[in-house]
Design a protein around this ligand. Sequence first.
Ligand code: 0GY
Length: 312
Amino acid sequence: MQFQKTPGWLDWYANPSKPGFTLPPGSVDAHCHVFGPGDSFPYAAERRYTPCDASKRQLFALRDHLGFARNVIVQATCHGADNRAMVDACIGAKGNARGVAAVRRGVGDRELEDLHTAGVRGVRFNFVRRLVDFTPRDELMEIAGRIKRLGWHVVVYFEAQDLPELWDFFTALPTIVVVDHMGRPDVRKPVDGPEFELFVKLMREHDNVWSKLSCPERLSISGPRALDGERNAYRDVVPFARRIAETFPDRVLWGTDWPHPNLKDHMPDDGLLVDFIPHIAMTAELQRKLLVDNPMRLYWPEEVCGLARSAP
Ligand code: 0GY
C-alpha cells in the first residue's frame, strides 16, 4: 500500500556522525521505533500522522554505527495496536531486541503469549492528546493487571502539565512504570520549580517508577547548536536529565527515539544525541547503569545473574 508522508515531517538523518563518546560495551538503545515499511506493515487507519518508512534493517544499521548492542523497540501510534512491524523487528534482531506493544482491551491470552515469545516485555499507554484519542482508565487498568502476570511493565507517555490529573492513575498501576522522556518537562521553567518537582516527587515516592532520559531534541528550546560547539547540543535539557540520572541512578534508561516521529523544525544527528549522554550521566558508573545495567535488568533479567529478582 502506498502512503503519503505527513507534509512538513522531516526524514530521519541519513548519515549520522560517529559519536565522540564511546558507549560502554553492551549498551541498549531503550527507546526507538520501526515504521512499516508501509507496503509490508500498513499504517493504522486511526493514525494521527503518516511517517516515512524506517525499517528494521535501517534500525540495526544505526545500532551498529552508533555502537549499541541492543534495542528496545517501542510501538508508535502510527501503527495503532497492530504490533506486526515491531514484532517482526524484534524477531529479526535474534535476541538483541525487546519490544513494547500497544494492546486493546480484549486482547487474547494467546496473543499476549505470542508477543512475549517474540520479545515483548511491556505495553505503552499514550496520553499525549495530539497523538491518540482518550482511552478509559478502567480499560488501561484491566490491561495492566493482565500483563503484570507476564512480568511485563507499563510505559507511559504524557506531557508535564497533565501529570496532576494522571497522578492517581499512575500511582495505582501494579507494575513497574517507565515514563517516556522525563514526562516532557517544559525546560523554560526552573529545574527546581513546582512542575518538575512533581515529577521528581513521583519517582521519589514510588520506587516502581522509572524514567527515560531521552529526547533532548524534542524538549530543547536552545536546540542543537551550543555556543561552545555542536557536540555540546541541547544544553537547556541537561539540568533536568542530570537531576534524574543522579537522584535515581538505578531507574533510568536512555534511547535515541530514532526515527524521531513528528519533528518539523530540525532532525537530530543521532551521533550528536549519543554525545549528549556524558553531559547527563557524568561518571562511568552512572553511564553503565543508564545504558547497560538498568535496561538489562528490565528487559533481559534472565541474563543478569542474581539481579533478576531485585528489580523494584
Ligand atoms: C516518541 C514521540 C512521539 C511519537 C510517538 O507513538 C508515537 O507516535 O511516541 C511524539 O510525537 O512526541 O517518543 O516517539
